[in-house]
Design a binder for this molecule. Structure first.
Ligand SMILES: N[C@@H](CCC(=O)N[C@@H](CS)C(=O)NCC(=O)O)C(=O)O
Length: 220
């Protein structure tokens, strides 16, 4: 059985991607949570993850770190994580990679924190990221999404990569209309996302540094 090492469910956006992918596909795994930013966190993470970061997947003797590598590893073993049609698959890979390596302004200013529920005005750079994501979501739904509620129809890796964005948009009251808004709701309503949120609500740790950064951003 796989073992997935993850960080706090309230804060760890990268962990959410790998976790939600396994859950949504009904793949059994052993979940090991290592709370971030505690005095022994780095030491504990390094025992399992060579990069010192989470998530990290163990499959017997095979260790896979980084959410994109984990997704690709799982896709080699479980069908339908990427779309079957080559065009849709190329689009889904591009949209996932864009998320993986981009949107720095959104990440920094609208940090994932499931305890946050507030209205915050997006600075221009964040507004640009939001606009680009809304365009991408509409494009996926219109071009490839006819057979289901997700970007390329059925839930897949590309959707797992946008799950943390869905949490950020909910936290900071980013409301999208039309197909993009409906897709946002579909992500939040996914049973696996509800299960992650329930897990987060039971967590007791607070990361003061992250909570403070979010409060400061709100005052600006
Ligand atoms: N690109 C990596 C990023 C992983 C990452 O930055 N994880 C954070 C938690 S969300 C982490 O492990 N932070 C611990 C640290 O930096 O000490 C991925 O996709 O998995």
């Amino acid at each position: 059985m796989y073992t997935l090492y993850i960080g706090n469910k309230n804060y760890s956006s990268w962990s959410l991607r790998a976790w939600v992918l396994l859950k949504a596909f009904g793949i059994p795994f052993n979940e090991q949570r290592i709370p971030l930013y505690e005095p022994d966190s780095s030491e504990r993470i390094r025992v399992h993850s060579p990069s010192g970061r989470l998530p990290c997947l163990h499959d017997g003797g095979t260790v896979v770190w980084d959410s994109l590598a984990i997704a690709e590893y799982l896709a080699e073993r479980h069908p339908s994580m990427w779309p079957g049609a080559a065009g849709a698959r190329a689009w889904a890979r591009s949209a996932s990679a864009e998320m993986h390596s981009g949107y720095g302004d959104l990440r920094n200013e609208f940090g994932m924190n499931l305890r946050v529920r507030e209205t915050r005005k997006a600075p221009p750079a964040v507004a640009n990221d939001i606009m680009r994501i809304a365009t991408l979501w509409r494009e996926g739904r219109e071009r490839f999404g006819q057979s289901g509620d997700f970007l390329c129809g059925a839930f897949g890796i590309v959707d797992a990569f946008y799950c943390p964005v869905a949490c950020r948009f909910a936290s900071y009251s980013v409301a999208l209309d039309g197909a993009a808004g409906a897709y946002h709701r579909a992500l939040l309503d996914l049973p696996a996302m509800r299960e992650w949120a329930e897990g987060a609500s039971r967590e007791t740790e607070h990361i003061p540094m992250l909570d403070r950064m979010m409060a400061q951003a709100q005052q600006q």
